[in-house]
Design a protein around this ligand. Structure first.
Ligand SMILES: C[S@@+](CC[C@H](N)C(=O)[O-])C[C@H]1O[C@@H](n2cnc3c(N)ncnc32)[C@H](O)[C@@H]1O
Length: 277
């Protein structure tokens, strides 16, 4: 492939795909790589209406996870602008490899955020996992952009004197997972609220957002809704096609009668704009 276009996604291995992105061209990477757990996206593994879960999912064997992480993060480091940032999600089981790669490649850790979600899997012999780690990192801390009042004014209070912007900027984020009852879905997806929060604090309209591991395409879909430019990769054809359909047809969720995006963000943000690097 010669050149990639912005506001487009690609069905390919992201390590190969990112080699076609010029260096210093990406403002933010928001990504949720495969977790190196023995996870099979089989419809029958889901305690839901199984037929709506799209099968596939490319998992990485545990022994290869370190090398795999170094490879994709090396490309991210190359394409990220000095003023840019990366938010990478990780479960606790493979966190060590993510932290080592961040350090070895020269990223600077800005925050270690905990995303607390509802309804972990119930367990009998250990505590219930109900959080993910999110490493917020950058290449140059002096050049890194952050918009502290993007969500709450400096003096906004909760009515009891508590500062809203302080609360919003604590590093434990309690955000619900989305349940797409009755809709087609991929096995894992980030909630829109989580992506929206990251985009508001770390980007402005027109910025370029990269997700090397698109899955359902959530990062690209929310970026499009918020008037950011996007690019991304997904190796499983069915997931790529699902994400592509959501983006091209401006659908948030897809069910038999094709529900349109329900969002209070104006739909005219979806005007098609193809940019080349
Ligand atoms: C945890 S999921 C991402 C979920 C996504 N954030 C969402 O909200 O839907 C990881 C995805 O990476 C894909 N994947 C695994 N290896 C890949 C590779 N080398 N290149 C591109 N995609 C890959 C998997 O198929 C899976 O869909």
């Amino acid at each position: 492939m010669e050149s990639l276009e912005l506001n487009n996604i690609y069905h390919m291995d992201c390590i190969e795909g990112m080699k076609n992105i010029p260096e210093d061209s990406i403002d933010i990477v928001i990504t949720d790589p495969p977790f190196a757990i023995d996870f099979k996206a089989k419809r029958s593994n889901y305690n839901r209406t199984a037929t709506r879960v799209i099968e596939g999912y490319n998992e990485i064997p545990k022994d290869n996870y370190h090398d795999f992480t170094i490879k994709w993060m090396t490309e991210v480091y190359r394409v990220l602008r000095d003023s840019g940032s990366m938010y990478v999600f990780s479960g606790w089981n493979n966190l060590k490899d993510i932290l080592i790669a961040i350090d070895d490649l020269g990223f600077i850790t800005v925050n270690h955020i905990i995303w607390k979600y509802q309804f972990g899997v119930v367990t009998k012999r250990r505590f219930i996992t109900s959080h993910y780690h999110c490493l917020y990192v950058c290449k140059d801390d002096a050049k890194r952009r952050f918009f502290p009042y993007a969500r709450f004014q400096k003096d906004a209070t909760d009515g009891n004197g508590g500062s809203l912007h302080y609360k919003d900027k604590e590093d434990v984020w309690v955000i619900k997972r989305e349940y797409w009852t009755g809709q087609q879905k991929t096995p894992t997806k980030l909630p829109a609220e989580l992506i929206k929060k990251i985009l508001l604090y770390s980007t402005q309209e027109g910025d370029v957002v990269l997700d090397p591991f698109l899955g359902s395409g959530q990062v690209a879909v929310i970026s499009k809704l918020m008037n950011r430019r996007y690019i991304g990769f997904e190796i499983v054809k069915e997931y790529y096609e699902f994400a592509k359909k959501r983006l091209e047809e401006n659908l948030y969720t897809i069910k038999d009668n094709q529900q349109r995006i329900t969002s209070n963000i104006p739909l005219n943000l979806f005007e098609k704009k193809q940019d080349e690097f």
